[in-house]
Design a protein around this ligand. Structure first.
Ligand code: ADP
Ligand code: AMP
Length: 209
């Protein structure tokens, strides 16, 4: 099964991708994680991605598509988290992959700044927490591996508002793109994490059946 996750920044894509990938043994491929790793490695790609990410803009389509195309070569059974984000990316993906379902996690804008500002990520294993909605047992420390938690540089109110307006302009049209192709699964992402997971897994069982 090859799945994509759609939704605005902070909707819960990474959180739910972790649950879904564990359940169905899917490779979890996050373009945001790929770009953050490139930034951390100090590569040329990292320098280019960093400038876009800091401004709350998308990395250019040609760069992003080439990375995903290469990553998916020889891979089946994956969940794409954060790709595609533009119609050009979706069309490119259709040319080299077969997608079974597009899960759209819908969350209104008024929830999203709070979700992003409270987000904390483990430096070591990448697990995602939230200071209010999914707090670790000890502040600043990952429950799963003991790693240190950090706050993303782009999780601030100013960058988030740019990311949200870019989402509206470039990514929201993909909901219709996948609806027209009969692939869309719609999920109310306002509910608590466990309820959202339950709804997604139930709908994916219908796709598998
Ligand atoms: P995305 O990958 O879509 O940007 P994340 O999965 O990183 O979003 O979630 C953003 C933040 O919101 C994280 O801190 C996460 O713990 C929290 N979160 C995710 N889903 C929910 C939910 N259903 N209710 C409350 N908080 C959530
Ligand atoms: P995310 O971790 O999904 O919130 O992504 C963080 C940032 O990485 C985004 O704000 C973009 O700058 C960049 N990015 C991630 N995925 C894509 C994509 N599919 N296309 C373009 N830029 C992306």
């Amino acid at each position: 099964m090859n799945i994509i996750l759609l939704g605005p920044p902070g909707a819960g894509k990474g959180t739910q991708a972790a649950v879904i990938s564990a359940r169905y043994k899917l490779a979890h491929i996050s373009t945001g994680d790929i770009f953050r790793a490139a930034v951390a490695s100090g590569s040329e790609l990292g320098a280019r991605a960093k400038a876009c990410m800091e401004r709350g803009e998308l990395v250019p389509d040609a760069v992003t598509i080439a990375i995903v195309r290469e990553r998916l070569t020889g891979t089946e059974n994956y969940i794409l988290d954060g790709f595609p984000r533009t119609t050009e990316q979706a069309e490119a993906l259709d040319s080299f992959a077969k997608i079974d379902a597009a899960v759209n996690i819908s969350v209104p804008a008024e929830y999203l700044i709070d979700r992003a500002i409270g987000r904390r990520i483990c430096k070591k294993c990448g697990a995602t927490y939230h200071i209010k909605y999914n707090a670790p047992q000890s502040e600043g420390i990952c429950d799963k591996c003991g790693g240190e938690l950090y706050q993303r540089a782009d999780d601030n109110a100013e960058t988030m508002s740019k990311r949200l307006s870019n989402y509206e302009k470039s990514t929201r049209p993909l909901i219709e793109y996948y609806r027209k192709r009969g692939k869309l699964i719609e999920i109310d992402g306002r509910k608590p994490i466990g309820e959202v997971s339950g709804e997604i897994l139930a709908k994916l069982e219908e796709v598998r059946a």
